[in-house]
Design a protein around this ligand. Structure first.
Ligand code: AVI
Length: 337
């Protein structure tokens, strides 16, 4: 390949909406369903509007939020071994689900290119802006890397890959994103990924491990209040997109970790008895004083749990990579025969 020759292909846009924005009708339906339940809930997937994504970037830099630093350490420490596992046996497509700015993945991309492994990079993200930006930065930083960025949902992207890039795949699902699924959902998710893979394909799964409950709790109740702002931003989003009149002063963030089941649960708590009206739903919702809205689960795993989850989803564990303090693991799974 000629030096400095860019191999970045045009963006593939599989998103239903041309601008990649979330479907407001689905948002309205989910909010209506969640707030009508006896124990009110909102789905954590709606955290990530523009402001929510910026707040999440800030969370990742918090001293209390150990997850990102630990995963960096895992990838930095084990990059050579990980690259060797990926490229065994030969060429592969590296499919990065939820790539975002690919800050962590770049550690692997650099290692794979330096050690001249045969692969191309397929970042997948629902945000068209994020994929445009990533294409641009990779073009500058790693001009020899072959990049095919895809904008869309994970499974539309895997479906597209199945039709257009049938060679061996290594899928990345980093950052403990699996931990935000409900238990049954995480298995369904991995099973669905498995359906798009064949013998020899692999999945590198980022999981947050069980640890001192205090450490976990602090990561979701940071002293500077960024996680609280991230959680409360869901109400701002409902106000803006669905014509709600939530008064943010009258709600607070509350995080609760249960070390028995390893689940970090996040809530918004109404400080007073109040009515909230949501224009787009033509509905008012009553809150008792100290009534909660459940907004997120973040699962913390034991390694045997990860092994059980993998085998229930049609994978087996090939190798576990951990940081020094064993707080976080990137687990390499292969398709079980
Ligand atoms: C995206 N996800 C893995 C984060 C987590 O740790 O569960 C989201 C988050 N919620 C609060 N802080 C970070």
């Amino acid at each position: 390949m000629e030096p400095n020759k860019t191999t970045t292909a045009p963006l593939i846009n599989l998103s239903q909406k041309l601008d990649g924005t979330e479907d407001t009708a689905a948002f309205a339906r989910h909010v209506a369903e969640g707030l009508s339940q006896t124990q009110k809930t909102l789905l954590s997937r709606y955290f990530y509007d523009g402001q929510g994504s910026r707040l999440f970037q800030q969370i990742m830099e918090l001293p209390e939020y150990y997850l990102t630093r630990c995963e960096f350490e895992v990838l930095q420490t084990h990059k050579q071994a990980i690259a060797a596992h990926f490229s065994d046996p030969g060429f592969f497509h590296l499919v990065d689900l939820g790539a975002g700015d690919a800050l962590k993945t770049k550690i692997l991309l650099q290692e794979l290119t330096q050690s001249q492994k045969g692969f191309d990079y397929v970042p997948v993200d629902i945000s068209g802006d994020a994929m445009q930006q990533l294409r641009g930065t990779l073009q500058k930083e790693m001009p020899l890397l072959e990049v095919q960025a895809v904008v869309g949902e994970y499974f539309s992207a895997l479906d597209w890959m199945h039709q257009h890039k049938p060679d061996r795949k290594v899928v990345l699902f980093l950052g403990s994103n699996i931990g935000n699924f409900k238990e049954a959902e995480s298995q369904n998710f991995l099973r669905s990924v498995r359906r798009y893979l064949k013998a020899g394909d692999k999945l590198l799964l980022g999981v947050d491990l069980r640890k001192d409950p205090e450490t976990v709790l602090k990561a979701y109740s940071d002293a500077s209040g960024v996680t609280a702002a991230f959680n409360l931003n869901l109400l701002t989003r409902i106000n803006r997109e669905l014509g709600g009149n939530f008064n943010l002063e009258q709600f607070r963030h509350y995080a609760l970790y249960n070390p028995q089941d390893g689940v970090m649960r996040s809530f918004l708590v109404s400080k007073i008895e109040q009515e909230v009206h949501i224009g787009a739903l033509q509905q008012s919702y009553h809150f008792d004083a100290w009534e909660t809205i459940h907004t997120e689960n973040s699962h913390k795993y034991t390694l045997p749990q990860v092994e059980a989850l993998a085998s229930a989803s049609g994978f087996k564990v090939e190798k576990v990579f951990q940081d020094k303090q064993c707080r976080f693991a990137d687990v390499l799974l292969t398709v079980a025969s």
